[in-house]
Design a protein around this ligand. Sequence first.
Ligand code: ARG
Length: 283
Amino acid sequence: MKKGLIGLVSVVALMVLGACSSSTTSSSSSSSTKSSSDASNQWSEIKKAGVIKVGTSADFAPFEFHTMVNGKDTIVGADIDMMDAIGKELGVKVEYVDMDFNAVLASLEQGQVDIAVSGISATDERKKTFDFSVNYFTPEQLVVVNKANVSKYTTLDSLANKRVGAQKGSIQESIVKDQLPDSQIVSLAKVPNLMVELKQNSIDAAVVESAVAQSYVAQNDDLAIADAKLETAEGDAYAIAMPKGSTELADKINSALEKMIADGTIKEYVQKNTDLANENASN
Ligand code: ARG
């Protein structure tokens, strides 16, 4: 009874979240989503609806972030360009549902969205619950610090007893716990919050993936990448998350994705959106 209630409350919370945060909702058609237990006919359901609902956390430039396009707040980024192209290939509209990263995989599991595209690392742990597409980007794990402190944090040991930030629900939380066990972890909902706290010296460092970290450093003269080197694992690479058993959908997504990886389109998207994020910051 209690469990059911909590479940209901969180579903409602997710719906509210989705309803108020999605600025690029391109369709109001009824939900095409189903619980993850019957993902085998997921593709035919999506095709029938003509729209694929994509969960994302648009706080992660250059992969997904907010910007003004023709005076309208819009979600853009390399993941968005990639997913728009996949949608075209599949012949369906793409509807983005924006939420905190911490909620992205939960809402996929609950069937609130069809798939999740959010710079999601395809870890073995997550593979127990979700199917993943092929990997499309391999990040490095970087330590971002205030430029003034860059000479202090040259090794992982130098971060002992320091406050190190990570995004809630991200693999960076486990990276801090595993690779910086003597540091104090500070988990925050959004990557931009980490950067604000860092600039204010409320935290001493933040673990952020390359491309994202580099984008912030390019935009903020007072931030820098520390020499302290974290290890990168195979499971850090980004892939599209789907409910378990989405075989037909996965095949379609993979063949579109594989083309874009092979011909350099994904790399171009990352570059183009890195430039876009930098332009926005300097405006
Ligand atoms: N790659 C990391 C993970 O999967 C971080 C992803 C964060 N994505 C985002 N859109 N904020 O845990």
